[in-house]
Design a binder for this molecule. Sequence first.
Ligand code: ZN
Length: 83
Amino acid sequence: MPYRGRSIGAGRHRLRVHQRIDTLESELETTKEHVRRLENTLQAVVRNADDVSIGGPCSCGESFLFVRDRELYCPQCGYQRTI
Ligand SMILES: [Zn+2]
């Protein structure tokens, strides 16, 4: 394995990586808050809707499944199945 000497830019590169990680951490925090708000809202919506509940994630990976009148439905890809 060839030895790679420290280049002059290595320190600056490390700083950029740190800044990138900081940015990602704050984006992740924002995303987590957003997801939590959406979950709370969705739970309230489901509580207020008589015959709808939320099933597991759809195989398309884009949405959870609606469960309504013994039928699973994905609002994202249109998948439908009677249970
Ligand atoms: Zn789907």
